[in-house]
Design a binder for this molecule. Structure first.
Ligand code: F0G
Length: 467
């Protein structure tokens, strides 16, 4: 790991991919009539489409990365022993080296870690402040009896604000909450790196340090959602002057050092199709977590993963922090976002780390939020070109557990999420053209009516009809 990378020579050049393609997966193209049938059958919910009917799949960057030859070679070295697999120790070492935490509890994916963490730390009546909610994270906090309190800065709720760190915590709001409810009712502060629901927006190192100071004064822990922390570290390198010349890897280590542990979905930054972990520095908490994991995930040396999956993740972590990799990853997203911006399509700015977010409220000013504008837009993109995106608006926000009303989030977004190392520049061009075509025909589109609503995380399985 070098601390002095030379950004200048690269910055004038393209972000061209630091790899070449060795294996390809053919894509099916469909007719408009076939797509009309498929999306109606899926209840206008892109989660319910069959992947074979999708041309460009921008549903999520979760578990959809292309692995490298080095990772695939590692898959052949899976040690599938029930206990003490050598791949677990490789994973543990990679997390310790690159993230810097002491203890690692493997889990099948991120929400497995969230479940265990919430059960260990949260008591009924507790409050968990955080820089915007994430769906599964908040649900596990609520299931454990806690209440999530959003303390992100106001700019995060404004799709047009150009604040470079829209993931920052509003320190005043955090301090006020501590004063109101008392530090003893706040088991930890939940900090997300590149805040997904805000549009993939980073939190600055300076802000995290300030949160750390407040937390330390009150003896409150900070738990990081490290799912996209490498992308966050890259933004710090690009936007926070002190870090201009530091390698992403060393920025990541410093970032994590201000926190007491993390939950991690390895399916994003860590370049694997499945896997996650929970990290902790406190030995007593680790002991509890490594005991609880046995109930929900598997023994503490596999946590629901095969040995080969742990090896792929250990190697993926190592690749994920390379500057060449992370630069190309984030700049591909920027490439798509810039194309859309140049066509005057309303998107969340600054462009995020893992996705471009269409601002559905501005896109469809004539569709009220009760008629699910973002859900409608995602369905229309599929109809237009077989592109699958995801709603991140009122459907994802769910209902207030006390009042039973919908949450009405300010941000009503469609996420075009870019899998890592999967699609080419031509796929990005085609996506931008398709969005533009929908944009020019937007006046003729109406909203949706929800006809089936599941109790938990409704966005995954809800069904709709055209109005
Ligand atoms: N935290 C964040 C910030 C996430 O984006 C996700 C998953 C999780 C936690 C949960 O991890 O899926 O491995 O259980 N996000 C996916 C997405 C589903 O599409 O954004 P998981």
């Amino acid at each position: 790991m070098t601390d002095d990378i030379h950004l200048r020579p690269y910055s004038r050049r393209s972000w061209a991919e630091p790899y070449k393609i060795k294996v390809v997966e053919p894509l099916k193209t469909t007719t408009r009539t076939e797509r009309e049938q498929a999306i109606a059958f899926a209840g206008y919910n892109t989660f319910l489409l069959r992947s074979e009917d999708v041309y460009i799949d921008l549903l999520t960057d979760s578990g959809t990365s292309a692995m490298s030859d080095y990772q695939w070679a590692g898959m052949m070295l899976g040690d599938e022993a029930y206990a003490g697999s050598k791949n677990f120790y490789n994973l543990e070492k990679a997390v310790q080296n690159y993230y810097g935490y002491r203890y690692v509890v493997p889990t099948h994916q991120g929400r497995g870690a969230e479940n265990i963490l919430s059960q260990i730390l949260i008591k009924p009546g507790d409050y968990i402040p955080g820089n915007m909610y994430f769906t599964t994270t908040r649900l596990h906090q609520e299931l454990a009896g806690g209440t999530f309190v959003d303390v992100i800065i106001d700019e995060a709720h404004d799709p047009a604000s150009l604040h470079p760190f829209k993931g920052n915590v509003d320190l005043r709001q955090l301090a006020d909450l501590i004063e109101q409810v008392g530090a003893e009712r706040i088991p930890y502060i939940s900090i997300a790196a590149t805040v997904n629901m805000a549009g993939g927006q980073p939190i600055s190192m300076a802000n995290l340090q300030a949160v750390r100071q407040i937390a330390q004064i009150h003896g409150i822990r900070i738990i990081l959602d490290a799912t996209r922390a490498v992308e966050n570290a890259y933004f710090i390198q690009q936007r926070e002057e002190k870090y201009f010349k530091q390698a992403t890897a060393s920025i990541l280590r410093e970032f994590c050092s201000y926190t007491d542990g993390c939950t991690m979905s390895g399916k994003k930054d860590a370049l694997v199709n499945i896997g996650g972990w929970l990290s902790l520095n406190d030995p007593a908490l680790y002991e509890e977590a490594s005991n609880l994991v046995v109930i929900y995930e598997g023994l503490h040396t596999y946590g629901g993963m095969a040995g080969r999956d742990m090896e792929a993740m250990a190697r993926g972590i190592e690749e994920s922090v390379q500057d060449d990799h992370i630069r190309a990853r984030v700049r591909q997203v920027e490439y798509l976002g810039t194309k859309l911006k140049d066509r005057d399509i309303p998107i969340v700015v600054p462009i995020g780390g893992h996705a471009v977010y269409l601002d559905a409220k501005t896109f469809f000013p004539h569709i009220s939020q009760d008629h699910f504008p973002a859900q409608r837009l995602a369905a229309e993109l599929y109809l237009e070109a077989g592109i699958r995106a995801m709603e991140r608006g009122i459907v994802s926000a769910g209902r207030n557990k006390e009042t039973g009303d919908h949450y009405y989030p300010n941000l009503e977004l469609v996420r075009l999420t870019i899998p890592r190392r999967v699609y080419t520049q031509a796929h990005m061009d085609l996506t931008a053209e398709a969005v533009e075509d929908v944009y020019y025909n937007r006046d003729r589109l109406r909203g949706l009516k929800m006809i089936y609503e599941p109790k938990y995380l409704r966005f995954f399985q809800a069904r709709f009809e055209l109005l």
